[in-house]
Ligand binder design. Structure first.
Ligand SMILES: *Cc1c(COP(=O)(O)O)cnc(C)c1O
Length: 468
């Protein structure tokens, strides 16, 4: 029996088993797809694992390997094309384990200087991709939802400060596109703020004319409470990019915060072939990108970057007797590089969750990221060609990034669902139906460099049948 807080030989044996599993899992290509099991079945197979005496680490690990892991879908399977998949590099996964073992508190420079130094180099690479100035900086938070909300809180703080008390009790207003992610509306709800949705164009994008006419038709009262414009570079459902320059122009004209949600799509900044689509992002006050989506990192991680790094701490620094030691020497003229990550977002304690990305970038170099990104873009174009070549399919949108949206002619919602269920239960693929303009459609999101044309061909061929 392994002793608790007693690093004995038994512990070493358990560690080896866990590491062996991890190494196998990292190497297997493709990994088993996995599928959810109903609660009753899991209870039957796993039973009660939390007991006064414990069930032993060996048994808990066995249950995980044999039952619990296969009852979860592998996001890095090359035919997992639903939602936004993940494709963590081997290096990033290895380092995720190291981060846990190193027991670092990465909320403050005082406690986590070394880790924060490395995280900041990874953040700087991302800031440079967006051509942000030297004053830029930020933090890795848990995900796009947390990143968007933290950025918007900073934006509202900046707006209220600038208005010198005039808007301290004004209910704020955010302008976003119809294609914006649900987390923007969710942030507004948490912040007790309203959202004005700008109608998207026929490709699902926020464009200049719609932005213009929405602004022109705003009441003076709404105009006064508007504090932020959110544009998306890479909408989640369609993968399209809003007109970032138009959004920047309007934000500048109205003197409001400009936030860019690039949780999925801003990763494409490192691909020269599509870099032009992002013009205007360099004018944002803040933007986010999730390494756990298209930047080949493990969960959970979102890079939140402010154009002026001091905008983060002004809004987010927590003050408490036991924390004041961390802030005693902070001065806005000091180099920001020694600032506390805890002060940059709506959080306090944090894991150094940027280190897996940092280690992978340091291991492979940034060119490897560019190459992997271009590969996923190329496979997306090949997928578009394969769809066009099949008479029973119709591509609904030329892809901006790496999302393909298409219909299976003659199918109804139930047909899509039946086909999707079969694909998952047979371990073939994970492609759930989505919808666009009220119609059930199919959607591939390709972020995994291991996803090849042949994988897409196999899935598309399986759609040939009239009656799934
Ligand atoms: C996925 C996504 C989010 C939410 O990110 P999480 O990491 O899931 O919280 C926000 N915005 C966009 C555009 C996304 O694709």
């Amino acid at each position: 029996m392994i002793g608790m807080h007693t690093p004995d030989a038994e512990m070493a044996r358990l560690a080896s088993k866990a590491l062996l599993y991890s190494i196998d899992r990292i190497r297997v290509d493709p990994p088993p797809l996995g599928a959810p099991r109903p609660y009753e079945e899991l209870l039957e197979l796993v039973g009660q694992t939390i007991t006064p005496e414990g069930i032993t680490g060996a048994e808990a690990l066995r249950l995980f390997i044999e039952v619990l892991a296969p009852s979860s879908i592998a996001v890095d399977h090359p035919k997992f094309l639903s939602f936004v998949p993940g494709a963590p590099t081997e290096a990033s996964i290895i380092f995720d384990m190291v981060v846990s073992a190193a027991s670092i508190y990465a909320g403050s420079w005082l406690e986590g200087a070394g880790a924060v130094f490395a995280e900041n180099q990874a953040l700087r690479w991302i800031a440079d991709l967006a051509e942000f100035p030297e004053s830029a900086g930020g933090v890795f938070v848990s995900g796009g939802t947390a990143g968007n909300m933290s950025a918007l809180i900073a934006g509202r703080y900046w707006w209220r400060e600038r208005n010198q008390g005039h808007h301290d009790y004004t209910r704020g207003l955010i302008m976003a596109s119809q294609g914006a992610h649900s987390s923007v509306t969710q942030a507004a709800r948490a912040m007790d703020t309203d959202v004005l949705l700008v109608p998207a164009d026929d490709r699902g994008r926020l464009i200049r004319s719609a932005l213009r006419s929405t602004v022109d038709s705003m009441s003076q009262e709404d105009r006064d409470r508007l504090f932020a414009i959110v544009a998306t570079c890479g909408t989640t459902n369609l993968g399209v990019i809003d007109d970032l320059s138009a959004s920047a122009d309007v934000a500048q004209e109205l003197n409001v915060w400009f936030h860019v949600d690039g949780a999925y799509g801003a990763a494409g900044l490192c691909a020269p072939s599509i870099r032009d689509k992002y013009i205007g992002i360099e004018r944002a006050d803040s933007f986010i990108v999730d390494p756990h989506k298209w930047l080949f990192g493990p969960y959970d991680s979102c890079a939140l970057i402010y154009r002026n790094v001091h905008d983060g701490p002004r809004a987010h620094t927590q003050h408490a007797e036991y924390l004041d030691v961390l802030h005693s020497e902070q001065d806005e003229n000091e180099p920001w590089l020694e600032m506390n990550p805890a002060d940059m977002a709506h959080h306090l304690s944090r894991r150094a969750r940027g280190l897996p990305l940092w280690f992978s970038l340091a291991t492979h170099g940034t060119q490897a990221y560019t190459d992997a990104m271009e590969r996923t873009l190329k496979v997306t174009q090949q997928g578009a060609d394969e769809i066009r070549a099949r008479p029973y399919l119709e591509l609904l949108l030329e892809p901006d990034l790496s999302i393909l949206v298409f219909r299976r002619l003659g199918w109804k919602a139930a047909d899509y669902q039946r086909w999707s269920d079969q694909q998952l239960s047979s371990g073939e693929s994970f492609v759930v139906p989505s919808s666009w303009n009220g119609e059930t459609v199919l959607r591939f999101c390709i972020v995994n460099p291991r996803t090849r044309r042949q994988h897409l061909v196999e899935i598309l061929d399986s759609l040939a049948t009239d009656n799934p």
